[in-house]
Design a protein around this ligand. Structure first.
Ligand SMILES: [Zn+2]
Length: 381
């Protein structure tokens, strides 16, 4: 299969010029609940530990660093079951917002609500969403297709594996070849026998700290899968600090140009501008995809995103920037008072304009850059 020059959506291949305003890192249907059991190890790194980029609790790149490779047993004091099993509602929303363990907050599964929320993006001028939900997260190709048909939005679906705690039980036994075959099948045949195809490889769940062998296998199979299909790659953070270079080295070693790679959750680089430039020098796209997160949660205060995005634009790097919000919890949805899928278009872009950033510059980040990275290139066998 060679769809070079086209973009693969859940409805099939389309012309890149049809993408228009695009956000590149979202989730419409997902189950992240097992990473939020009560009494998980601390999910934020403490100040001062590790290397560059590990400032206190600055993004989900550091957030998951301490997670075990396997979810710990679902065993915690029985009295905590009430909250764990509660539905998110206006009585407990404040707890959900503070990341208290309410399983329901970490599940997005309502098609009608997803349609309503996605239309917020469309009604603010949006046209395309990359849903980077992949294996192990209850990825749902048929629901994504329904959503695309109901809203008229282009939706691009992910492939490959997320963070290590969501890896399949037999991950240790899987070879790079096994993993590559599964990725290639998602892209060329379709996901789970639906015939609905992935259009991007990722988000490849590299947490690092340190990068495990299974994470390396995911990176290498993503690279080989990209070469064999021409699909782009999107990485969840790519490890901690210098590990990002290691991740990129592994991809490059397979002969994949790094201009085919999105480095996700780059928001924390606001505090490490020189390091951001190092990554841009390697030609990856830097994705600021936690835009809208509240500073109360200590994740990606949107002010940091404003700071780094404006600085990068002023320094002439708007060709390498992508924007998104990474909606993945119920409390992120507008229905529950969150920022929703439209925050970038509704709030972030107008704010950039008020700071003197031009329409041409913001269109680069929303239209031209997604057009470049999301279109397939010729496969190499
Ligand atoms: Zn994500």
């Amino acid at each position: 299969m060679d769809i070079s020059g086209k973009v693969m959506t859940v409805k099939g291949a389309i012309d890149p010029s049809d993408l228009k305003k695009t956000i590149t890192h979202e989730h419409f249907f997902i189950d992240l609940s097992k990473s939020h059991f009560p009494h998980q190890p601390p999910i934020y790194n403490k100040p001062g530990n590790k290397t560059i980029g590990n400032t206190p609790s600055s993004s989900s790149s550091t957030r998951a660093t301490n997670y075990p490779s396997r979810p710990t047993e679902l065993d915690f004091p029985a009295t905590e079951l009430n909250l764990w099993n509660a539905k998110v509602d206006f009585g407990n929303l404040h707890l959900a917002r503070n990341s208290e363990p309410i399983a329901d907050n970490y599940i997005l599964s309502d098609v009608n609500l997803a349609i309503k929320e996605a239309l917020e993006f469309k009604n603010n001028g949006g046209s395309t969403v990359v849903d980077v939900t992949n294996r192990g997260l209850k990825r749902d190709p048929e629901a994504l297709l329904k959503l695309s048909e109901a809203t008229g939005l282009n939706i691009i679906m992910g492939s490959s594996w997320y963070q290590k705690m969501f890896h399949p039980r037999d991950m240790d036994d899987k070879s790079v070849e096994n993993l590559t075959d599964e990725i290639v099948e998602d892209i060329t045949v379709g996901v789970n026998g639906t015939g609905i195809k992935s259009g991007i490889i990722g988000e490849v769940g590299v947490n690092g700290g340190p990068i495990t062998r299974n994470e390396e296998k995911c990176i290498i199979s993503a690279a080989i899968g990209s070469k064999l299909t021409g699909a782009p790659i999107t990485i969840h953070s790519g490890g901690v600090g210098e590990e990002k270079h290691h991740t990129l080295d592994l991809i490059e070693k397979e002969g994949v140009s790094l201009n085919r790679v999105i480095m996700g959750h780059s928001d924390w680089l606001a505090d490490h501008y020189e390091f951001a430039l190092e990554l841009i020098d390697r030609n990856v796209f830097l994705e600021f995809d936690l835009i809208g997160r509240e500073s109360a949660l200590e994740i990606s205060p949107t002010a940091k995103d404003i700071q780094i995005v404006t600085k990068l634009i002023q320094d002439g790097h708007e060709d390498k920037i992508l924007l998104s919000q990474d909606v993945c919890f119920k409390s992120n949805l507008k229905h529950y008072g969150g920022f929703g899928y439209s925050f970038v278009l509704e709030k972030f872009i107008p704010h950039l304009h008020s700071l003197g950033i031009s329409n041409i510059q913001t269109d680069k980040m929303l239209i031209d850059n997604p057009k470049k990275i999301l279109q397939f290139i010729a496969p190499v066998h």
